[in-house]
Write a protein that binds this ligand. Structure first.
Ligand code: ADP
Ligand code: MG
Length: 697
């Protein structure tokens, strides 16, 4: 049956069109006003909206509703309640009130709060985020909400994101006003996240406890073929993946998610999906839903979707590219180079604001991409290094350098680039996107932050980005609002900012060793691991930034740090314990079985007299030696974990997990992987890398 995609699109969303057609006019107007201006929503209005939402949802087969929120675990949470309400005589009606729509009280004691909510006061509450539409997922009407404690502290990723959007809106509008753009009512940070993932066979996956428990393979000898031939990238999508992608697109479209591009990625069994960009809060919701739906649809196809940053050693891991810009409600992209000198002066100012923000807050951006899993990618010659730098492209860099030196820019009609007087030459978009190694690249009319891990919520990085840029814009506005001569102050501001922060601009190969040295000489940070990076979140500078713009309170800043550090430790603890168990129940028994087979063969051969037993002797000797080594390494890992677990302070714990524990894990793995390449297949109970990566259906 041919599907009508435009009709399908958004059919499971209580979007503007549905609201307009279903709500009484005055209710619709009141709701829109609240959405636009953030004003209070009266209960009588909420009651009508809730009832109409319920009617609509029930028509679509929904039986439950849920406040859908984004606790600090990085995934979404929901608690379903049915619309069923008893009216006596064993009869029920389907009911949903304004109160239930607007506010919920999940028993939230098990969500991480980083000390914000004492466990005896477990109550947190959820509040409807009116700016993002309700939708139906799996028979449940989901209401996007923010999640707060009773003291009003944000317990989620959404509340600070919304606050950071307000900060950048406010500061960007101050700048726009100075350029005479009075009609702009809102500046919106826009994001299009490109999502990478692996698809593997479900039955094979279920035989790998490491994948099931930790999302990545903790063991596995390298297959003879990795990604050397680069024959997977943009290749024909295999049938199983194509069927998955078709269904995924449809499900996403139903939810109004603008799924656009899909293709094979570099590693075997790796793919990518990119949506059309949207306002950042919507992009965050949509990306969370996308990840969730990817997993559930993969299951239906006998597959598993892996979102871990590094499921397989030796082949590329998965990231997420955060394409970011700022747009006005009047449709202007503030990072789009314009046609006139006036437009370009404005563009250059926003551009250098981002340059300064990224330089000054490079450590916070690094933190926003830090996790135990992403440590396996960053700096590992497949993803950007842990050093933050920016790619502007040759033309834009030359233009800024010409401004700096007051010298001529070759492609400029007039001999000198003068801000607000000279128009920028037109530079084609494709010249700006050639550098794939840069962690933060200008790609024509937006920046692409490429450090994020594939499983990340894009909320964190965008909270940092929005707030850092808002801060620089506020500094610029402070100085320009006071300026006696706007044009010359502006010109000086663009020039001085570039001069002061150009150390962050690097157009070369970020993967090279030379860059690591040069970056150090430029004074750029190189926070190699999450353990190095996370403490930057509680620096004075970080606190000052977030509190000034009302994005996080001091307590909220500290709670995030604690939670992230705790998650880091727990992740490594679980991985280490999983390794220990697999070694004991899978690997050692496999080695023993093979050794015993070899030993009994040897015994029989020797009993029979003069057979050559050199092969058996050799193999048995090698496996016996490696197995003995394995035992030593297993014990070393056990004691390293024990020591880390007993450590009191979270900082010291993280240091031990990132140091001794991780080191012991890698030692153990090395020996186990050597054994895998010696032990007969029939005795090795874990499916190999080749089976996982190539034998998908
Ligand atoms: P590519 O990176 O392959 O060249 P595009 O540049 O078209 O592809 O876009 C990559 C992603 O960037 C897409 O998700 C797209 O929607 C998003 N994007 C494009 N323009 C913007 C913008 N102004 N703000 C945020 N994201 C954007
Ligand atoms: Mg891209």
């Amino acid at each position: 049956m041919k599907k009508n995609i435009p009709e399908l699109f958004g059919s499971m969303v209580f979007n503007d069109e549905t609201m307009r057609s279903r709500l009484p006019k005055e209710i619709y107007k009141a709701l829109k006003k609240t959405m636009r201006e953030g004003t209070h929503l009266e209960l009588d209005v909420a009651n009508v909206v809730a009832n109409e939402m319920k009617e609509w949802a029930v028509e679509k087969g929904a039986t439950h509703f849920s406040h859908w929120f984004q606790p600090m675990t990085g995934v979404t949470a929901e608690k379903h309640e049915s619309f069923v309400s008893s009216v006596g005589n064993g009869k029920i009606i389907m009911e949903f009130s304004g109160k239930e729509l607007v506010r919920g009280e999940p028993d939230a004691s098990s969500f991480p709060s980083g000390g914000l909510r004492a466990t005896f006061e477990a109550r947190g509450y959820t509040v409807w985020d009116i700016t993002s539409y309700a939708f139906i997922k799996d028979g449940t009407l989901c209401i996007p909400t923010a999640f707060c404690s009773y003291g009003g502290e944000a317990l989620d990723k959404k509340t600070p994101l919304l606050r950071s959007m307000e900060a950048i809106d406010k500061q960007a509008r101050r700048i726009l006003k100075l350029f005479g753009n009075d009609s702009v009512r809102r500046v919106i940070a826009t994001v299009g996240p490109e999502q990478e993932y692996f698809l593997i066979d479900r039955e094979t996956y279920l035989k790998r406890p490491d994948l099931v428990i930790t999302g990545r393979t903790l063991f596995g000898a390298r297959p003879p073929k990795g990604q050397e031939l680069e024959d997977h990238y943009f290749g024909a999508v295999p049938a199983h993946a194509s069927a998955f992608m078709k269904e995924l697109d449809e499900e996403l479209w139903k939810l109004g998610i603008l799924a656009k591009t899909k293709h094979n990625e570099v590693a075997p069994a790796q793919y990518e999906l990119a949506p059309i960009f949207s306002a950042v809060n919507v992009a965050v919701d949509d990306n969370q839903l996308t990840m969730e739906i990817m997993k559930s649809i993969a299951n239906k196809h006998g597959l598993v979707c892996l979102l871990h940053e590094k499921p397989f050693a030796g082949v590329n891991g998965s990231g997420k590219h955060n394409n970011w810009s700022m747009s006005t409600d009047t449709g202007m992209n503030l990072l789009e180079p314009g046609e006139t000198p006036h437009e370009n002066a404005q563009f250059l100012l926003f551009l250098v604001a981002v340059v300064k923000a990224v330089d000054e807050y490079q450590d916070l951006l690094r933190v926003s991409a830090a996790s135990a899993a992403n440590d396996h990618r960053l700096g590992a010659n497949e993803a950007p290094p842990a050093i933050i730098s920016m790619f502007l492209g040759d033309e834009l860099t030359e233009i800024l350098e010409a401004i700096e030196s007051g010298s001529a820019y070759s492609k400029c009609k007039k001999s000198q680039m003068e801000i607000g007087v000279t128009a920028l030459p037109h530079f084609p978009k494709d010249t700006t996107d050639r550098n794939r190694t840069s962690p933060f690249a200008f790609t024509g009319n937006k920046f692409e932050f490429r450090m994020l891990g594939s499983s990340f919520s894009v909320a964190g990085p965008n909270i940092v980005l929005n707030t850092a840029v808002a801060e620089i814009l506020s500094q610029f506005a402070d100085s320009l609002e006071k300026a006696k001569d706007f044009k010359s102050t502006l010109a000086a501001l663009v020039k001085d900012t570039f001069v002061a922060h150009k150390r962050i601009v690097f157009n070369g190969n970020n993967y090279s060793e030379d860059w690591v040295k040069e970056a150090a000489s430029r004074g750029l940070s190189n926070l190699k691991t999450a353990v190095d990076a996370l403490p930057q979140f509680v620096s004075q500078k970080s606190e000052a930034l977030f509190t000034k713009h009302g994005v996080f309170s001091k307590a909220e800043v500290h709670s995030r740090y604690e939670i992230l550090t705790e998650i880091y430790c727990k992740t490594l603890c679980i991985e280490a314990l999983t390794m220990i168990e697999i070694t004991k129940v899978n690997i050692i028994p496999s080695c023993i079985a093979y050794q015993s087979e070899l030993a009994s063969l040897l015994k029989r051969k020797k009993a029979c007299g003069s057979f050559d037993t050199s092969l058996e002797d050799f193999l048995l000797g090698q496996i016996a030696d490696l197995s003995a080594g394995l035992l030593g390494k297993l014990k070393a890992l056990e004691s390293a974990v024990e020591k880390a677990k007993n450590e009191q302070s979270i900082e010291a714990q993280a240091a031990l997990y990132g140091g001794d524990v991780l080191g012991a894990m890698s030692q153990l793995r090395q020996t186990a992987d050597e054994l895998e390449s010696l032990v007969a297949k029939k005795h090795w109970s874990l499916p190999s890398y080749a089976e996982l990566l190539y034998m998908v259906k």
